[in-house]
Design a protein. Structure first.
Length: 491
């Protein structure tokens, strides 16, 4: 099926936010998306969506093809069909019209997977196809050639008559030309470079941490054990920033030490693009089951002798073996970092333990924080001041989180347990024990200390709680008000 209306709208809105001076020119696109007809169907008139590929070589020249129907030199492109995304439509069109395969291309660090340009242009009527005059909203995506040697072109005879590589200053589309010239100043150079980052996590004792990906359509390398990491986003200052953001999103609390660039690998994206990856190496010696994993199925330690028994992401086994040969294990793992699999009886389900602060002011109001919209958990919802137990006691964790998140000073002797929520979010999720503690006294005024997690603190009457609020937070407050000590949810 073609790209969803929500995908097209999100792509268009993000583009308009970056180019506010084009809002008026693209007003018709938003009107098209507000309509009931398929915005990608060429029968939708008087406007519909098309996609093009802006292919840039090492000389900073852009591929143009002769379009037989119009007689113009254009970037390869055309109508959307049963493409997963708009970018996938651009890749299919460039393949059909020029023979360039997705694996011959890679994303540019300047534009990543976002359109470099959205152009609205009029199309003359075509009596041969019984098409009246209409307008295209053309989403244009920029790609570099993945290798220094350009691929041989195999032009589509039916629609294409010749190809030319034109310098940026000679690009035919004025709007595209302007954006390319601006990007050249910002570093657009036609040379592929990593736009993804991953991390080879080891414990220094011969074990490597691998992440089992979800087995779902649209997931990159689904159902395999792989390194953690992901793609660069706009706003990431560096690939190390990309990696740290991805780790915070995928596994909050997994704090990897001694991050250093280790190797550059190449993978293939869901759309078939070549993806250069900057691989970092880093050290951690924790227990995977205590990590609050937000993406994927599980994390596990593996030794070299176990790699051949796993379904691995391509190249991961060789990468680990190479690192192990260059960094021999100093000794066997100490007892403090050995897997805990033998400490629990067979069939035991390990739980994540969370701690929560129930804090009242002199008016009986409760302190709640508004989670950041981009938070990996409960974005844009109100929640207790909370955190997950690391290798520490629950009250020590609460005292630490109160100081780190809000600048509040609490003495352990002033803390009492007032509620427990035994929770499972979904059938496949790891169950959680949520401990709610009351602090009888505290020092300080609540401040936003971790701006990536919380945007505001506010006192709320328990009879007038905010909406939206985390579901189990409301349940815990109602239980405390009613004098109950325990709540079960999701079982």
């Amino acid at each position: 099926m073609p790209p969803t209306r929500s995908h097209i709208r999100a792509t268009a809105e993000a583009y308009r936010a970056r180019h506010p001076h084009e809002r008026e020119a693209l007003a018709g696109l938003l009107a098209l998306l507000d309509g009931t007809d398929d915005p990608c169907n060429r029968a939708t008139l008087p406007d519909h969506v098309t996609c093009s590929a802006v292919v840039i070589n090492r000389d900073r020249h852009v591929l143009h093809i002769g379009h037989k129907a119009s007689g113009k030199l254009l970037a390869p492109g055309g109508h959307v069909e049963d493409d997963r995304t708009l970018l996938a439509a651009a890749l299919r069109e460039v393949c059909e019209e020029t023979g360039i395969l997705p694996g011959d291309l890679c994303l540019t660090p300047q534009f990543l997977g976002d359109p470099i340009d959205i152009d609205a242009h009029d199309i003359d009527d075509n009596p041969a196809k019984d098409e009246p005059s209409h307008r295209h909203f053309d989403f244009r995506f920029a790609f570099y050639l993945a290798t220094e040697q350009p691929p041989l072109l195999a032009l589509q005879d039916e629609e294409v008559c010749g190809a030319q590589w034109l310098p940026l200053a000679d690009v035919r589309s004025p709007s595209l030309r302007a954006k390319l010239l601006d990007a050249e100043v910002a570093g657009l150079n036609g040379r592929s470079e990593p736009v993804n980052a991953s991390v080879l996590i080891h414990d220094g004792h011969g074990r490597y941490l691998l992440h089992l990906r979800d087995q779902r359509d649209g997931i990159w390398e689904p159902g395999v054990f792989a390194l953690m990491g992901g793609g660069r986003e706009r706003g990431d200052r560096s690939l190390e920033t990309t990696l740290l953001r991805e780790l915070a999103e995928e596994a909050p609390g997994l704090n990897v030490a001694d991050l250093t660039p280790y190797a550059t690998e190449e993978a293939t994206s869901v759309d078939g693009l070549a993806v250069p990856i900057q691989v970092y190496a880093g050290r951690w010696n924790g227990v995977p089951d205590t990590v609050d994993l937000q993406e994927g199925v599980l994390l596990r330690w593996f030794t070299l002798d176990m790699l051949d028994r796993l379904r691995l992401s391509p190249g991961t086994g060789d990468l680990i073996r190479r690192h192990a040969a260059q960094h021999p294990a100093k000794s066997s793992p100490p007892d403090s970092v050995r897997p805990l699999r033998h400490e629990a009886p067979e069939g035991t389900e390990l739980h994540v333990v969370g701690v929560h602060l129930y804090l009242e002011d002199e008016h009986g109001r409760i302190l709640l924080g508004l989670r950041h919209p981009d938070s990996a958990y409960a974005g844009n919802r109100w929640h207790f001041l909370a955190g997950h137990c690391e290798r520490e006691g629950a009250i020590s964790c609460l005292v630490r989180e109160a100081r780190e998140e809000a600048g509040l000073i609490i003495e352990p002797s002033d803390v009492e347990l007032v509620h427990l929520v035994h929770l499972v979010d979904s059938p496949g999720a790891r169950p959680r024990i949520q401990l709610v503690f009351r602090a009888r006294r505290f020092e300080g005024a609540a401040q936003v200390r971790e701006v990536d997690k919380c945007v505001a603190w506010r006192w709320w009457s328990p009879q007038n709680l905010p909406d939206p609020i985390v579901r189990y937070t409301r349940a815990a407050i109602e239980g405390i008000q009613a004098g109950r000590l325990y709540t079960e949810m999701g079982w």
